[in-house]
Ligand binder design. Structure first.
Ligand code: AMP
Length: 270
């Protein structure tokens, strides 16, 4: 695996791949990698001759400065995991490399209602930050295929919108959620849970399963409260628009809730 820290070096390597006719698969991450991230690398490797991963904890997408400061960093372990998975190139830039003119007064994007509902409502500015970093990464890597996790369901919709706004032909693949044996969706933030919090955290998945079995939102929310979660939202939505809807096999249930200091999200198609 080749490690790049500078945009110019990565750009030259990408151009060589393009001249050789190699389609590029891209997996952007914030590091502290787990099996969920590696599943994206595996899916990319099955579809594309070249797989590029990035690790960059993007400051502009954190609406909570404490969350940014405490974001787990495990670079040595990440590099070993990516190498074992057969990743071709890792881009590991500094903040100044991604934002040479600083991180204030950056461009904004018209994200429509996606910015005011669910994650958009509870994390103001978050999706602008996601678009700011994704625009820079995608312009640099110019992937044919982009692999993202459906755990961040609304983020996938936002990035799809960015691709549309930029008139790019990148194919976005929404990949399945990888879970721990007890159902908790894998997340870099899980490492910040204390052992009792980690045990209680499984209530998110239990609550989603209850909704799938026909439980009301009130009952599902009580399951979260009983497990000491503070719920930002629990909603049943149309999978295309994320507008609230009545439960149906096609609808999707989404949850964001705090266990202690750690905010977790998850979703399940009903
Ligand atoms: P992050 O490092 O949290 O920004 O995530 C990088 C990518 O990995 C995003 O596309 C996430 O949706 C995806 N991802 C995170 N957790 C999981 C998981 N448990 N299963 C599948 N994909 C995931």
């Amino acid at each position: 695996m080749i490690l790049f820290k500078k945009t110019g070096d990565l750009r030259r390597w990408i151009e060589q791949q393009q001249i050789s006719g190699n389609a590029i698969g891209f997996v952007p991450t914030m590091g502290a990698l787990h099996a969920g991230h590696i599943s994206l690398i595996d899916i990319s490797k099955r579809s594309c001759p070249v797989t590029v991963c990035s690790i960059f904890v993007n400051p502009t997408q954190f609406n909570d400065p404490g969350d940014y400061q405490k974001y787990p960093i495990t670079i040595e372990k990440d590099i070993a995991l990516l190498e074992a998975a057969g990743t071709d190139a890792l881009f590991l830039p500094e903040v100044s490399e991604m934002y040479p003119d600083g991180i204030t007064n950056l461009e904004t994007y018209d994200l429509g209602h996606l910015e005011t509902i669910l994650e958009g409502k509870y994390r103001p500015g978050h999706f602008q930050g996601v678009c700011q970093v994704m625009r820079r990464l995608l312009r640099l890597v110019r992937p044919d295929d982009l692999f993202m996790g459906s755990k961040d369901y609304q983020q996938c919709m936002v990035v799809q919108r960015l691709i549309h706004l930029m008139d790019w032909s990148i194919r976005l693949h929404r990949c399945p959620i990888v879970r721990e044996p007890d159902g908790l969706a894998m997340s870099s933030r899980n490492t910040r849970l204390t052992p009792p919090e980690r045990q209680r955290a499984t209530a998110i998945y239990q609550s989603l399963l209850a909704l799938r079995s026909g439980a009301s939102l009130t009952i599902a929310e009580k399951m979260l409260t009983d497990a000491q979660f503070r719920t930002d939202y629990i909603a049943i939505c149309d999978p295309e628009t994320l507008e609230p809807t009545t439960p149906s096999p096609n609808s999707i249930a989404l949850i964001a809730a705090f266990q202690g200091e750690v905010r977790l999200i998850d979703n399940l198609q009903l």
